[in-house]
Design a protein around this ligand. Structure first.
Ligand code: HEM
Length: 538
């Protein structure tokens, strides 16, 4: 059987130096004066939104021909502008969500999304990969030299939120060629070389974790939750936000409704690439086929991961071209579905990487049945492979703490003043705390009984504070149900246990993702680190 060739990064719009980020700074203005109206609107859209005049302005815009965006850089700039204007238009400020997106945005947005093999909805690629500039041109892509090109809220907190993620992409970029090289070393049975490559991959992931922790420095959780996050939401499962069927794109597909999930760093191809290369498998929340048994035995599949790699079905199946619903929303994992929202070449890279990923099966086969038969070199190989997995797991540990602070705790506390950015809606339940979930968000009810938010060993909330009376009058935070792919479910009436609220449904999803990572280790260790974290530390 012919051996599949290894992926060449350049074939997939990936740089060995900048990874999924473009090698050149994203354009700060479209060079063709034909697009001046877009640029002018983008320049002042935060002000127009504040003055409730953005919708009027958009309605006055002509339908421009996006095929005049000739280069990739121009298409990405056009896509960023249209993502920001469209999400600002749909969600508004103190306005009822708009169900119809005018042709002036909808038609070119669909066109440019097609050019980039993406979806016409705000994505990680738009706000993170293509939304930065260097403060000093000869400087590096790190947090002391980056600025954003646009934000929806006009806040520096939102800029920091995007830039930390951009900096993670930049930090992790060198890992991509190393993953490919590690796969080649496995093919060559070069254990010594593989150990060295894995050591340097481990160090890079560790640096990514360090950058992730910096989120706490300059992105205020309150601002993020109440001012930024609502704008990142898409229009899938948004019935209670008034978008029962999603959004109609005027002039596109006969004006049919589209249901599309919003922006999430779960769309980062970098994190997917790490999972794929190391054989980390994710499943629907609650479905744990590889969970180690009570006796500590490892049941993670040890054979060729092609048959078991959970990424295959989405990549080879409908998710390439059809909306997420078509690929089976109930049974298919949320993480896999996020590939639908990646730029086409990056998605294709992950497909190729999946076909050649061989590191885990190799290490497992070398590990043999018992530890006593292993050479010192094989022990070292297992240990460095596990160290890589441990770093991916640490990334997810920090991320869970972040979601707890930035979403669960903010939702429970409620807004400090009742403006929050969105039009008030009637309360569905009296005397209930409503907890939002996910970037695109979901809310369920929780008991108002006195419970305090505490962090356990891994910094996760185990119980929830009561909301202030009247704290849930905002929109869509208090009603964004059904979260992407049903991450959260409504808590049963009268159920006093916090488990099952939006926030705590979200956390089990993320915890499972973390645990699935941990369970990929060859030598199992507990998922919960001994270290005690407190939020004060962040
Ligand atoms: C304030 C910061 C952040 C918050 C509040 C946050 C929130 C969330 C939420 C709610 C989800 C669940 C899925 C969804 O609704 O989209 C999620 C998933 C995810 N996020 Fe974040 N996120 C943050 C920062 C980041 C950063 C900087 C990264 C870096 C790439 C990241 C990577 C991911 C990944 C990979 C997933 C999928 C779950 C997994 O792979 O374990 N997030 N995030």
């Amino acid at each position: 059987m012919a051996i599949t060739a290894l992926p060449v990064l350049a074939d997939y719009d990936i740089s060995p130096v900048t990874g999924f980020l473009p090698t050149e700074e994203p354009l700060q203005i479209l060079p063709d004066p034909y697009f001046t109206l877009w640029e002018e609107t983008f320049k002042c859209f935060n002000g127009l939104l504040l003055a409730s005049r953005l919708r009027q302005r958009v309605q006055e815009l002509p339908v421009l021909d996006a095929t005049r965006l000739k280069t990739k850089a121009e298409q990405r700039r056009g896509y960023l502008i249209l993502c920001m204007l469209s999400h600002a238009y749909v969600w508004g400020k103190h306005e009822v969500a708009a169900e119809v997106l005018p042709a002036s945005l909808a038609v070119p947005w669909q066109k440019v999304a097609d050019m980039l093999e993406m979806q016409p909805v705000l994505t990680h690629a738009a706000v993170v990969l293509w939304n930065w500039r260097l403060l000093y041109k000869d400087g590096s892509r790190d947090l002391n030299n980056l600025d954003t090109l646009g934000t929806l809220s006009g806040s520096s907190d939102e800029s920091w939120f995007y830039l930390v993620t951009t900096a993670i992409e930049a930090t992790g970029a060198p890992v991509l060629s190393k993953l490919v090289s590690a796969i080649q070393l496995v093919r060559d049975e070069n254990v010594t070389g593989l150990i060295q490559e894995l050591e340097s991959i481990r160090d890079i992931i560790e640096e990514m974790v360090a950058v992730l922790r910096r989120m706490f420095e300059r992105c205020d959780p309150y601002v993020f939750y109440w001012k930024v996050r609502p704008y990142l939401a898409g229009w899938e499962n948004m019935a209670e936000a008034g978008l029962l069927n999603g959004v109609r794109y005027e002039g596109v597909d006969n004006g049919e409704y589209k249901k599309l999930a919003g922006g999430s760093a779960a769309q980062s191809s970098l994190i997917h690439a790490l999972d794929v290369a190391f054989g980390v498998e994710h499943h629907s929340t609650g479905f744990r086929p590889n969970k180690p048994q009570a006796n500590g035995g490892q049941t993670h599949p040890t054979n060729d991961n092609k048959t078991n790699n959970s990424y295959n079905d989405v990549v080879n199946g409908a998710a390439k071209s059809a909306p997420p619903e078509a690929s089976g929303s109930g049974s298919t994992n949320f993480i896999k579905k996020m590939r639908f929202y990646m730029p086409g070449p990056h998605r294709n890279f992950l497909t190729h990487l999946t076909e050649v990923a061989n590191i885990r099966p190799f290490v497992t086969s070398k590990a043999g049945a018992t530890a006593k038969d292993r050479s010192a070199e094989i022990e070292k190989l297992i240990s460095v492979y596990d160290a890589c997995i441990h770093q991916i797991k640490s990334f997810r540990d920090v991320h869970i703490q972040m979601v707890t602070l930035y979403i669960v705790m903010q939702a429970n506390r409620g807004p400090s003043i009742s403006h929050g950015g969105f039009a008030p809606q009637p309360q569905a339940h009296k005397d209930k705390t409503e907890v939002a979930n996910g970037h695109a968000g979901t809310v369920t009810t929780a008991s108002s009984a006195e419970k305090s938010a505490q962090a356990n060993g891994s910094g996760e909330v185990s119980t929830i504070k009561p909301a202030k009376k009247g704290s849930s009058i905002l929109y869509p935070q208090n009603v964004i149900f059904g979260a992407p792919y049903g991450l959260a479910k409504k808590q049963e009436e009268g159920n006093d246990v916090v488990r099952g609220t939006g926030g705590t449904d979200l956390i089990p999803f993320l915890r499972q993702s973390r645990d699935e990572t941990n369970e990929t280790k060859i030598v199992p260790t507990s998922a919960i680190s001994k270290r005690k974290h407190s939020f004060a530390g962040y």
